[in-house]
Design a protein around this ligand. Structure first.
Ligand code: NAD
Length: 256
């Protein structure tokens, strides 16, 4: 389905981003990976699917580096057809205790980076009159939790950004949508589970069950593969008129 197209997934060296990148690659998309940590392992996983793979280590909090990454994609891959804005971080604290530098980093990485990648990707998509922008928001783009003010603000922001960008491109072949996952068992969530286990002096498995029971009625973690399959649907012709939605995949979290 995506043969000959290029997908750039930010924050794709682990977790949801890597899962989505692998799903897109299975459908033939060439992949530009991004993110911190080991890039060789993820690159090898994508390459094993028989597509072209590249990597750029741009820091998503730095607009200049984001511009370099987008130029790299144009020079090496002929542009970006599917842009998945996924890179994200978390910090948990009450507003009055929230470190200012953490607030700034969360807004920069979880929200502003998507503005920069999207503004740089749209001209190329317009030239081809086809494009898909998929923002990995969160159920926290729809509802809030205490102690996550920066994350909730950034995720609500990206849902708003999704709608505005979708409207601007509504008469074109470019769609812009958001996916809003509930709990997915990645390093970002494992840290919250470990913190809870330490805080409450309970086993990690018990902390994991508590975390789910508190918010996610299915009591199951969403998987990166399930999110990748939704991203694939959003890339398909069946989704040509899905525009500006924030689609939660959250085990019933936001239905409560
Ligand atoms: P993760 O920690 O496994 O992956 C985050 C990725 O972002 C990694 O590749 C990391 O290297 C990269 N990254 C972090 N800071 C970066 C920066 N400054 N520049 C470039 N890359 C950077 O976490 P994840 O759970 O896979 O999170 C991916 C996205 O999904 C995030 O936007 C997160 O908010 C969102 N999300 C996660 C969950 C969940 O339950 N795990 C739920 C809803 C939404």
């Amino acid at each position: 389905m995506l043969k000959g197209k290029t997908a750039l997934v930010t924050g794709s060296t682990s977790g949801i981003g890597l899962g989505v990148a692998l799903c897109l690659a299975r459908q033939g998309a060439n992949i530009v990976l991004n993110g911190f940590g080991d890039s060789e392992g993820p690159k090898a996983q994508v390459a094993a699917l028989g597509v072209k793979v590249g990597y750029h280590g741009a820091d998503m909090s730095k607009p200049g580096e984001i511009a370099q990454m987008m130029s790299y994609a144009t020079e090496q891959f002929g542009g970006v057809d599917v842009l998945v804005n996924n890179a994200g971080i978390q910090h948990v604290a009450n507003v009055e205790d929230f470190p200012v530098e953490k607030w700034d980093a969360i807004i920069a990485i979880n929200l502003s980076s998507a503005f920069h990648t999207t503004r740089l990707a749209i001209p190329g998509m317009r030239a081809k009159n086809w494009g898909r922008v998929i923002n990995i928001a969160s159920v926290h783009g729809l509802v809030a939790s205490a102690q996550k003010s920066a994350y909730v603000a950034a995720k609500h922001g990206i849902v708003g950004f999704t709608k505005a960008a979708a409207l601007e491109n509504a008469k074109t072949g470019i769609t812009v949508n958001a996916i809003c996952p509930g709990w997915v068992l990645t390093s970002l969530v494992q840290k919250q589970i470990d913190d809870r286990a330490a805080r409450e002096n309970i086993a990690v498995d018990v902390a994991k069950r508590e975390l789910l029971a508190e918010k996610q009625p299915s009591l199951q973690f969403v998987t990166p593969e399930q999110l990748g399959e939704l991203a694939l649907f959003l890339c398909s012709p069946a989704a040509d008129n899905v525009r500006g939605v924030a689609w939660n995949v959250d085990g019933g979290w936001a239905a409560q």
